[in-house]
Design a protein around this ligand. Structure first.
Ligand code: NAD
Ligand code: UDP
Length: 338
């Protein structure tokens, strides 16, 4: 019996694989390494002192995926594989819709043929659009995502809800992540963006380590506590624990379920910068510039539904998140190329 982790070499997937190995699961990873390095999984196996099976390939390749299911006794799937750069999704929408939607459709067809119907999907708080009331609970209606990446997540959620309705044997978790950050405490695995980071925390970490001269803060005139954007940052280890809880829940629950994975606490850009300076002892130069197109002022979760139904809650503080990010970044200034 094995868990299939699509995109298992990526930032969140690699932390997930480590946690599964530690919990004694057999793990099969499928990844085409379009945004990751095989080195991440070598390190995961070395920390866990266990092996996982790694199959290089694309989830849109149906014959390839059929073979993976034939050759392994897969009982559930954690589906991380996808493209996630918001800006790139605006300039290359077809690439994003193809990877994120066609990839999931192909995976579901193959799962159905193989008789495997337990699926955990990486969704995002972006499906709420610009929600008016904070915190955001799962019964808040989905909004209008401002870019093709966000729309691809919303479309896949709708597809998966239809799949679950069509066949009562399916158990599907739609996990809406808020802002995953941080790294494993070993400092051996972490987020390793290719090129210029789009997200705040990797950018701050690269400024701290001297790879980039300064941070641009997108907007200082929002109606928030200090004028900068507010988000619900969640430690990747807490996020991964939420997946384990959801996966276990699916063993006894049918249908499509939605759970927010967030801390319930919003931090501003300036609070993140201050926390990072504190834990790293480095100065983070920054300039406040215009707002970034498509950004929302604030977004944080009501995580009580996950607490009630999964018995899961985030435990790590913003300081923990920044300290673990800094350990990873300072030990690996050039990521997995260090
Ligand atoms: P990541 O890019 O680090 O990992 C994704 C992995 O999937 C990479 O290893 C990539 O090589 C692989 N992949 C992509 N397309 C593939 C394909 N067609 N076939 C096989 N492998 C493929 O991203 P991440 O941050 O680990 O995110 C994982 C998932 O969580 C993604 O679906 C992402 O959209 C979602 N998510 C991420 C965040 C975030 O802030 N990191 C927030 C919300 C949702
Ligand atoms: N942000 C910023 N500078 C950057 C990257 C992000 O000021 O270089 C801000 C952004 O405007 C938002 C917050 O940091 O208020 C989190 O942005 P991120 O892209 O990490 O997450 P998302 O906006 O997708 O929630």
């Amino acid at each position: 019996m094995a868990v299939l982790v699509t995109g298992g070499a990526g930032y969140i997937g690699s932390h997930m694989v480590l946690s599964l190995l530690k919990e004694a699961y057999e793990v099969v990873v499928v990844d085409n390494f379009c945004n990751s390095s095989p080195e991440a999984l070598r390190r995961v196996c070395s920390i866990a002192e266990r092996e996982c099976s790694v199959v290089e390939g694309d989830i849109r390749d149906e014959a390839f995926l059929d073979k993976v299911f034939k050759e392994n006794d897969i009982t559930e799937v954690l589906h991380f594989a996808g493209l996630k750069a918001v800006g790139e999704s605006v300039s290359a929408p077809l690439k994003y819709y193809d990877n994120n939607i066609t990839g999931t459709l192909t995976l579901c067809r193959v799962m159905q043929r193989a008789g495997v119907r337990n699926l955990v999907f990486s969704s995002s708080a972006t499906v709420y659009g610009d929600a008016k009331n904070m915190p955001i609970s799962e019964d808040c209606p989905t909004g209008t995502p401002t870019n093709p990446y966000g729309r691809s997540k919303l479309i896949v959620e709708e597809i998966l809800r239809d799949v679950a309705k069509s066949d009562p044997e399916w158990s599907i978790a739609l996990l809406r992540y808020f802002n995953p950050v941080g790294a494993h405490e070993s400092g051996l695995i972490g987020e390793d963006p290719m090129g210029e980071p789009n997200n705040l925390v990797p950018y701050v970490a690269q400024v701290a380590v001297g790879r980039r001269p300064r941070l641009s803060i997108f907007g200082g005139d929002y109606q928030t506590k200090d004028g900068t954007g507010v988000r619900d940052y969640i430690h990747v280890e807490d996020l991964v624990a939420g997946h384990l809880a959801a996966m276990k829940k699916l063993a006894t629950e049918k249908g499509a379920k939605i759970w927010n994975l967030g801390t319930g606490h919003g931090s501003s850009v300036l609070e993140v910068v201050e926390a990072f300076q504190r834990v790293s002892g480095r100065d983070i130069s920054y300039t406040i510039i215009d707002r970034r197109e498509g950004d929302i002022p604030e977004c944080w979760a009501d995580p009580s539904h996950a607490k009630k139904e999964l018995g899961w809650a985030a435990t790590k503080s913003l300081n923990d998140m920044m300290a673990d990010t800094w350990r990873w970044q300072s030990k690996n200034p050039d990521g997995y190329r260090s």
